[in-house]
Design a protein around this ligand. Structure first.
Ligand SMILES: Cc1ncc(COP(=O)(O)O)c(C=O)c1O
Length: 350
């Protein structure tokens, strides 16, 4: 048995999802004729309380289109230091939008609103004008941290007071919503998750959500926001080569994921917690308790340890030389957690 904990992007479509893909009604989406995609864009925009949605093949493209829509060349974009567009989007913001990224150090991927307030410089001919503020929720490199909706509201209030637009990289907003719903006395049913989703995204002008992470679809993200902005975003998507044709087959997988996989995310979080407890109790140098589906472990020579774990059937991701990430998803069950703990145990004993 291979247990793949490197990322929640490694999942493969289930038989049910494949059946939904096969049955999808399709049309040419560049002509606006793919009924399944049109319905998905309307569905997700409504779920998130925004006017319109635009499907993109990747979260990277959705983030970059948002940055392009909300800035002019020469502008400054403010982000937390671990943000995805800085670390993992291949310098795209510099090329596509001509902007500079200004990084502010947060704690576990979460910024202090006061730090943001102090960082925005008054207009001055010397400065790149700060135009856009981005938040990532959950914060991936931060540890899968869940940013409470009230904290996002405080951050965006500071940004808006300073005249900045606000974009949410909500690649894993589903995890944030499932986590905060589970904390509330009313529980984590579909209605509560829906309410939490709306609360998390409300302060932002635009939001990127991904279907290909914890939701387990093979492809796809969506940018949501005001209808006029999404019309402009559609043109930028075309410019980037992201105008696709019979995308109903992708939309059907995303619909299926929302119906069948969103309710499973809470279980991913419980398994991440079980993994964390097992590793901690076995003496591993774990980071803070997981708030969603990610567990981070500190270990000298992380690449060697991950190679050894792989030989024991457990795949983890080395991030740098001394940090390892383990991510739960719907292909990791309780037996997978037990197998991972066994492999780590064997390494400790070796
Ligand atoms: C927080 C975050 N944002 C954006 C992305 C980009 O998504 P994609 O890989 O679909 O481009 C990722 C990918 O893992 C991510 O973790």
């Amino acid at each position: 048995m291979i247990v793949d904990l490197r990322s929640d992007t490694v999942t493969r479509p289930t038989p049910g999802m494949r059946a939904a893909i096969a049955a999808a009604a399709v049309g040419d989406d560049v002509f606006g004729e793919d009924a399944t995609m049109n319905a998905l864009e309307a569905r997700v925009a409504a779920m998130l309380g925004k006017e319109a949605g635009l499907f993109t093949p990747t979260g990277t493209m959705a983030n970059q289109i948002a940055i392009r829509c909300l800035t002019e060349p020469g502008d400054e974009v403010i982000l937390e230091a671990d943000a995805h567009p800085f670390h993992y989007e291949a310098g795209a913001a510099a090329v596509i939008s001509g902007v500079t990224l200004r990084l502010l150090q947060g704690a576990r991927g979460v910024l202090d609103p006061e730090l943001l307030r102090q960082a925005v410089r008054p207009p001055n001919v010397h400065h790149a004008p700060a135009r856009l503020f981005c938040v990532e929720n959950t914060a991936n490199r931060g540890g899968g941290t869940v940013i409470p909706a009230a904290h996002s509201a405080r951050l965006c209030a500071v940004a808006k007071e300073a005249g900045l637009s606000c974009h949410l990289d909500g690649a894993r907003i589903w995890n944030a919503a499932a986590a905060t719903a589970a904390q509330s006395p009313a529980g984590a049913g579909a209605t509560r998750i829906q309410e939490e989703l709306s609360a998390h995204v409300a302060p932002f002008d635009t939001v990127n959500v991904c279907f290909s992470k914890g939701l387990g679809a093979p492809v796809g993200s969506m940018l949501v926001g005001p209808a006029s902005m999404m019309a402009r975003a559609r043109r930028f998507r075309k410019m980037l080569g992201g105008g696709m044709r019979q995308v109903g087959i992708l939309a059907a997988a995303c619909d299926y994921a929302l119906d069948h996989h969103l309710p499973l995310i809470g279980a991913d979080h419980q398994r991440a917690h079980a993994l964390w407890i097992g590793l901690r109790d076995a003496g591993w140098n774990v980071e803070d308790a997981p708030e969603s589906n990610m567990v981070y472990v500190r270990s000298p020579d992380a690449p060697t340890l991950t190679a050894r774990l792989e030989s024991r059937g457990v795949r983890c991701l080395a991030l740098g030389h001394d940090r390892i990430r383990l991510v739960t998803h719907h292909e990791v069950d309780d037996a997978g957690v037990a197998a991972a703990l066994e492999a780590f145990g064997a390494e400790r004993a070796a």
